[in-house]
Each structure stands twice: as structure tokens, then as C-alpha cells.
Design a protein around this ligand. Structure first.
Ligand code: BTN
Length: 328
């Protein structure tokens, strides 16, 4: 698909309703027949674009809005997602969820936004959050466990997202990159940012923030080599409400099991089977050192197990892992 057709598709997706031919001509600086030519290109690629005289063009395969009324029909989880707070736009769903959690919002509450103006990633990064296409949401948890266990939640959520993706599209082959990324064909499609408020022996709450790139048709040029969306990898559009429900449906039973089991032992075979880093040569950037070695697995406490070039086994609990070039 050419860039203009992708941009028109993006515009129709965001509108979610009819857009007049005149508006499209104006926005894209082209004639009516040029707009029509691009609509025909989209149809040739399988998109259902209605054309109605006097109203304009509309994408008829609607991908939904992640609002309570559209998510609830897909929910099987008993607690997660039963309280959904939707915003068209907010600075960051994590920020909002933390403030709601401070004010006493119950476990399982979800804050979701159609777009974020200051989406936050790990290590102070920005999470690009355009409207109409992706999922940005934060789940409030009150696990009542010592804070030392909380980092394990990131991997647990990653497993749930992995299961959700495979359940909506069985031919997808996502991989989990320790500790918090999901990749498709080597590019990041989803990130998890867990933030907590705690004392050493008691976790008051955890906010699990998830950004999942779904129907984004173009990545900003600086991210094109490293980030992607489900649409860019498959050519298909996905329903955001169904995906949101699916992540919550998969996560709730894993979370309940984790609370009882006290560590990640029960899910380790799954995490290792779908780990991008398993048996690979990696370099880990930590605050004060860089470590190189071979990934042997994931420990029950969620640490990455590395056999260093010094022959020693290291348990890595934080940091960013990079695949060594020769093993990519
Ligand atoms: C990362 O990979 O660095 C984590 C990205 C997490 C992004 C999500 S989008 C919803 C929630 N709100 C935020 O501001 N961040 C998380």
C-alpha cells in the first residue's frame, strides 16, 4: 500500500464514521478523482470502504472503541475490567490510574484512553500514543504481597498479552523479550510499565500500564526499524475492545494463581518457550555495569539467568537486554 492510501486509511479509522470527499480532498491536497483512486486501492487490498453520495467515505469494518459498552460483551474475567474508566484523551493512563488508586479505586479497575499526550515508557522514554488506532490502558492491582515480588508481575502480564494475541490471531508468532516487551517479527508491538506504591513489607497498589500497537498504519520514521503494529505485520485490522477484554481475561487467572503460588514457577515453561532471548548471546546494560553472556532461562523470581563470559551464573533483576549482533 502506498503512503497516501495508508494515511487515508488511518484518517478513516480515526473518524469511525463518514468523512466527506471534500474534506479528504482538502486534507490531502488532491482532486476528487485522486481520492477515489486511493479508495479503490484500499478496496483492492480488502478494506470495506462505503461510498455514499452526499455523505462521503466510511470504513465499514469497524474496529471499535475501547469503551465499557463495547468491551464488556467480550469479558469473561470476574473482576478485571468490570470497572472501566474511558477518556478520549489523557496525559497518561498510568498517571490517572495511580491517582485513582490513591483515592481508593478497587482492584481490577481499568483506565483506558483513546490517545495520550504524555504516554510514558520505561527508563523515562515517551510512549507514542496516537488516537483511534491502538490500546493504552492501566489496570489497578492490590496484590498485598511484599514489594520484592512486584517486578514478577511484568513478566506475568507479558505472558497474558502473548496468550491474548495468539487467541485473536493464531498465526501470529509473538515473542516475549525480558522483562517487558512483546515483539512481532523482531519489532516491538507492545510494552508494559508497572508502577507501584509500597512499603518494604506491603504493596499498597500496583498500576500495570499496557501500550499495544494495533491498527497503526504508519510508524514515526525514527521508530520504523524497532516498532510495529498488528496491522503492519498482518495487513489486518483488529477490534480494540475484543483485544482489551482478551488481555484481561487471560491475565486474571494467571494473577490469581501467582498470588497463591508465591513466584513465577508455574508459568516459567511458557515464558521460556516464547522468550526471544532464550539461549541467545546478550549484553545487559545496567546502571553501573554492562554484562555479556548466554541466556540460560528465567528464574522463579523473574530474574534473567545468564552464564557470563566469565563462566559464572548471574541473576539479572533489572536492566535492558540487547541481542548480540551475531545471534540476531
Ligand atoms: C515500555 O515499553 O517502555 C512501556 C510502555 C508502556 C506504555 C503504556 S501506554 C498505557 C500506560 N500509560 C502510560 O503512560 N504508559 C503505559
Amino acid at each position: 500500500m502506498n503512503d497516501i492510501a495508508a494515511q487515508i486509511l488511518n484518517r478513516l479509522l480515526k473518524a469511525g464514521d463518514f468523512l466527506s470527499g471534500e474534506d479528504l480532498c482538502y486534507e490531502f491536497g488532491m482532486t476528487r478523482s485522486a481520492v477515489w483512486k486511493h479508495i479503490r486501492l484500499l478496496r483492492a487490498e480488502g478494506y470495506h470502504v462505503d461510498a455514499v453520495t452526499g455523505r462521503g467515505y466510511r470504513l465499514s469494518c469497524l474496529t471499535g472503541r475501547p469503551v465499557k459498552a463495547e468491551v464488556t460483551p467480550f469479558l469473561t474475567a470476574q473482576r478485571f475490567g468490570r470497572n472501566i474508566l474511558y477518556h478520549d484523551v489523557t496525559a497518561s493512563t498510568n498517571l490517572l490510574a495511580k491517582s485513582l488508586a490513591n483515592d481508593g479505586s478497587p482492584e481490577g479497575s481499568v483506565v483506558v484512553a483513546d490517545s495520550q499526550t504524555s504516554g510514558r515508557g520505561r527508563m523515562g522514554r515517551i510512549w507514542v500514543s496516537p488516537s483511534g488506532v491502538n490500546l493504552y490502558f492501566s489496570l489497578i492491582l492490590r496484590p498485598g504481597v511484599p514489594s520484592i515480588r512486584v517486578p514478577q508481575l511484568t513478566l506475568l502480564v507479558a505472558a497474558a498479552i502473548h496468550q491474548a494475541l495468539v487467541s485473536v490471531a493464531s498465526d501470529l508468532a509473538p515473542l516475549i523479550k525480558w522483562p517487558n516487551d512483546i515483539l512481532l517479527n523482531g519489532k516491538k508491538v507492545c510494552g508494559v510499565l508497572c508502577e507501584m506504591q509500597s512499603e518494604p513489607d506491603l504493596t499498597h497498589f500496583v498500576v500495570v500500564g499496557i501500550g499495544l500497537n494495533i491498527n497503526q498504519t504508519l510508524m514515526p520514521s525514527e521508530l520504523q526499524d524497532v516498532a510495529t503494529s498488528l496491522f503492519l505485520e498482518t495487513g489486518c485490522l483488529f477490534a480494540r475492545p475484543e483485544l482489551l477484554a482478551s488481555v484481561l481475561n487471560h491475565f486474571e487467572p494467571l494473577y490469581d494463581a501467582w498470588i497463591l503460588q508465591e513466584d513465577l514457577g508455574f508459568i516459567l515453561p511458557y515464558l521460556e518457550k516464547y522468550s526471544l532471548l532464550q539461549s541467545k548471546q546478550v549484553t545487559i546494560d545496567q546502571l553501573k555495569r554492562t554484562l555479556s553472556g548466554t541466556v540460560k532461562g528465567i528464574a522463579r523470581g523473574g530474574e534473567l539467568v545468564i552464564e557470563g563470559s566469565d563462566g559464572q551464573t548471574h541473576l539479572i533483576s533489572s536492566g535492558e537486554a540487547h541481542l548480540r549482533k551475531e545471534t540476531l
